[in-house]
Design a binder for this molecule. Structure first.
Ligand code: PRP
Ligand code: MG
Length: 212
């Protein structure tokens, strides 16, 4: 019998809540995060621990069947990937922020400015919609440091509690989108795996109801 391959974030903010929801729906995984792959003891499921940004491509290629991932990552890298279920945790937003001292009025203030971001597609779409041309600098982490070291005039990154912005003397000036963890599905799923997915979705829905 084939197993449903579920991708979860290897490390980072989504990992813990992702493992918790799998546990709550009765899927028990043996190992910790030492291995990159683990099988469930009691369900036809395998869990793959992957880097967030790699997951959309794995889904597209059908290398994994489903994933627990932030909607923001799908919007950036996997627009055509179906969301089966919103999971109600890891809420965040994708924002543009500028130094607190910057006298910001409108998005037009970013014309010709340098924006550091890990979300180039998302921010470029937003700038295009507003008819603003800026220069994007793509960096993969610690984006909020960029204005302080003179790399950029603004940043675009995810904000959750707001503490990273605060610590780096930045203020949120544009909210591009709101995000939460979702169950995303590969566009190339077999009938057999669809059936396993339905069972899992049913269990997730019950768990989410119980959490309300
Ligand atoms: C994430 C994100 C923000 C921060 C937002 O970074 O890139 O920097 O969390 O959370 P907050 O509003 O609660 O402070 P993370 O700590 O995961 O590290 P990274 O950017 O280096 O990947
Ligand atoms: Mg960060």
């Amino acid at each position: 019998m084939s197993k449903l391959r579920i991708a979860v974030q290897k490390s980072g903010r989504l990992n813990e809540d992702s493992m918790k929801i799998l546990k709550d729906i009765g899927i028990s995984i043996d190992n910790g995060k030492d291995q990159l792959k683990a099988s469930a003891r009691n369900f036809p499921v395998e869990v793959f621990y992957l880097r967030n940004g790699d997951i959309p491509q794995y889904l597209k290629d059908g290398v994994v069947d489903v994933a627990i991932i932030g909607e923001n990552v799908l919007i950036e890298k996997g627009k055509d990937i179906r969301v089966a279920e919103k999971l109600g945790f890891s809420a965040c937003r994708v924002c543009i922020a500028v130094p607190k001292s910057h006298n910001y009025n409108t998005i037009k203030d970013l014309e010709g400015k340098r924006i550091a971001t890990s979300y180039p597609n998302t921010v470029q779409d937003y700038l295009d919609k507003n008819g603003v041309k800026s220069n994007l600098h793509i960096i993969n982490g610690s984006v909020e440091i960029a204005p302080n070291i003179g790399l950029a005039d603004a940043i675009c990154d995810i904000v959750s509690s707001g503490s990273t912005l605060f610590k780096n003397n930045l203020k949120e000036v544009e909210t591009i989108l709101k995000s939460e963890a979702v169950l995303a599905v590969s566009p190339v799923l077999s009938k057999e795996k669809e059936a396993i997915l339905s069972k899992i979705q049913f269990r997730i829905q019950s768990v989410l109801k119980g959490r309300q």
